[in-house]
Design a protein around this ligand. Structure first.
Ligand code: FES
Length: 272
């Protein structure tokens, strides 16, 4: 884990109150794996660092991206950083996703901002020659992180617009909205009955109700499903035990043992 005073390259509002922040941080970009996060110092008025998923990492350029919503003082401060400013980050932290070497077909489901770490996983897996289906579920059309339509006519998340992903046939993107204002009507999980059978492995990132619903879905019984937990963290370094959860294998700290867990290992009824 490295502590780095990273220079801001760009900071744009991707959708209302959601920012895409690119930072220069060669050491962390080189070490980052999909599913890991960084702890971000959000200014002197905010005591605790904020954990943010690594959304992209470009080792060649020495850059990494964070996609975050403005939800409080810390993220509001972060949203106001401009090109050339410095941001103190610590990472990469956590275990990240584990792709089975034999898995060919990967299904990725991002609920809301859960798309952030999955875009990184999608690109990495596609570069490794796997076929990826990435589903983005949001409440309403304006929250979809999309700014282009792929040649196949499917939505491409803003996060996937690298040359590799844009022109790749190995990442297929779909989307759904709860209010039905665009694409398929329904929750992020709406894609699961149709696609779970196709997938060798499933990776999900989203809110707790999404995971609790997934844990009960018959289509996922016996499937390899990894979930990235988004819970409140204190130190982010295994010191405060503020992120402890109960699993079938005992108590685990999300910041150290996670944030990615096998879905079947978590005692979902014990989690709020
Ligand atoms: Fe402190 Fe995980 S956040 S132990």
């Amino acid at each position: 884990m490295k502590q780095n005073l990273a220079q801001v390259i760009s900071n744009v509002e991707a959708t209302p109150r959601v920012h895409l922040l690119w930072l220069e941080s060669p050491e962390i970009a080189a070490a980052a794996k999909p599913g890991q996060f960084v702890m971000v110092d959000c200014g002197e008025d905010v005591l605790l660092r904020r954990p943010l998923s690594i959304h992209k990492a470009d080792e060649a350029k020495g850059t990494l991206a964070l996609l975050f919503a403005i939800v409080g003082k810390g993220t509001n401060w972060l949203s106001q950083r401009k090109g050339g400013d410095k941001v103190d980050i610590l990472g990469p932290s956590g275990n990240g996703f584990t792709v089975n070497p034999k898995a060919k077909n990967l299904l990725l489901i991002g609920g809301g901002l859960g798309i952030a770490p999955l875009a990184f996983l999608a690109e990495t897996a596609a570069k490794d020659g796997r076929t990826v289906k990435l589903h983005h579920g949001v409440n309403t059309a304006g929250a979809i992180l999309i700014d282009a339509i792929s040649p196949q006519g499917t939505p491409v998340p803003i996060s996937s617009l690298t040359a590799a992903a844009k022109h790749s046939d190995t990442i297929k993107c779909t989307a759904s909205t709860v209010d039905g204002s665009a694409y398929t009507k329904g929750l992020a999980t709406v894609c699961l009955p149709g696609l779970a059978g196709w997938a060798d492995q499933i990776f999900a990132c989203g809110p707790m109700p999404m995971y609790k619903a997934m844990a009960k879905m018959p289509e996922l019984k016996g499937k390899s499903v990894q979930v990235s937990l988004e819970i409140i963290m204190g130190c982010g370094r295994g010191i405060c035990y503020g992120c402890t959860i109960k699993t079938k294998n005992g108590l685990k700290e999300v910041c150290q043992d996670g944030p990615v867990f096998d879905m079947e290992d978590i005692l979902w009824d014990e989690l709020k």
